[in-house]
Design a protein around this ligand. Structure first.
Ligand code: MN
Length: 274
């Protein structure tokens, strides 16, 4: 297992207006240095830009720090731009898909997984899952052609109305016959939705393509009441070799959240000091 930390305008190491101005780039580079110094080998970003000059600048900064881009989150396509894969308007679905394809192309050069989380939208129509699956098929085809792995995340009911559990995600992948798409499980969401976190990890471990950790209160591991060390030990024993990415609130602050997560992972012998 490899460990990364989210840097974004929201969750993880939080940088307001990330990649929208020069100051945010400078702070981004400080965040990367901190991750490296604390022993993380990767970073996960949330991107909604298909601007190639910005993407190549991001790539250069990550490479210069000797880190890997573990995963590209895409929730901002919906949360910042209002575009989703389940929107009843086909033109909006196509716009979301166009940005997604650009991010898949970007991920392909970095060997990163691409996360399908909130880009599904938060629909109320009964038709939504059918529209989502149609979009997922197109995405999956683009990812397959680029040699990229997609991961579909189970998100809790308070954030979206569709695909809340590991089983719902696994069934959608199966029904849509997706070949380049795995499952993303997140300890924070699973704590709300799964009957048993351990059983879900066990049942779907061979399809898990990415894993997010945050405690029950979404603070860094060790703050709440989840046994994240047990989840990680189980994944390890089941042979999971992908990324584990910390997606915590920036609490009590950015630097302390990174350090608390690193200290937790080191105390549990998952992360080796660099
Ligand atoms: Mn997550």
């Amino acid at each position: 297992m490899r460990f990364s930390f989210v840097v974004s305008a929201g969750l993880g190491y939080q940088i307001p207006n990330l990649f929208e101005n020069g100051a945010s780039f400078a702070e981004f580079e400080r965040a990367l240095r901190l991750l490296k110094e604390q022993g993380f080998t990767g970073v996960e970003l949330n991107l909604n830009s298909d601007d190639r000059s910005i993407l190549s600048k991001i790539r250069d900064s990550i490479r210069a720090e000797g880190l890997q881009l573990a995963a590209v989150g895409t929730g901002l396509i919906y949360l910042a731009k209002g575009l989703s894969f389940s929107d009843p308007d086909p033109a909006i679905r196509e716009k979301a898909l166009a940005i997604m394809k650009e991010l898949i192309r970007f991920a392909s050069t970095e060997n990163s997984v691409v996360v399908i989380g909130m880009v599904r939208g938060n629909p109320s129509s009964s038709n939504a899952v059918r529209l989502l699956i149609e979009s997922l098929r197109k995405c999956d085809k683009a990812a397959f052609e680029s040699g990229v792995r997609l991961v579909l995340e189970a998100l809790n009911r308070y954030e979206t109305s569709i695909l809340n559990t590991a089983t719902e995600v696994a069934n959608s992948i199966r029904d849509a016959q997706l070949t380049a798409t795995g499952i993303l499980l997140d300890s924070f969401h699973m704590n709300i939705e799964e009957q048993s976190i351990e059983e879900s990890i066990r049942k779907y471990h061979d399809r898990i393509g990415h894993f997010h950790i945050a405690d029950s209160d979404r603070w860094p591991p060790g703050h709440g009441h989840l046994k994240i060390e047990d989840q990680l030990r189980l994944l390890e024993n089941l042979g999971y070799g992908g990324w584990v990415s910390a997606e915590t609130l920036p609490k009590p602050d950015n630097v302390a959240a990174v350090k608390a997560t690193a200290n937790f992972l080191k105390a549990q012998n998952f992360l080796k000091p660099p």
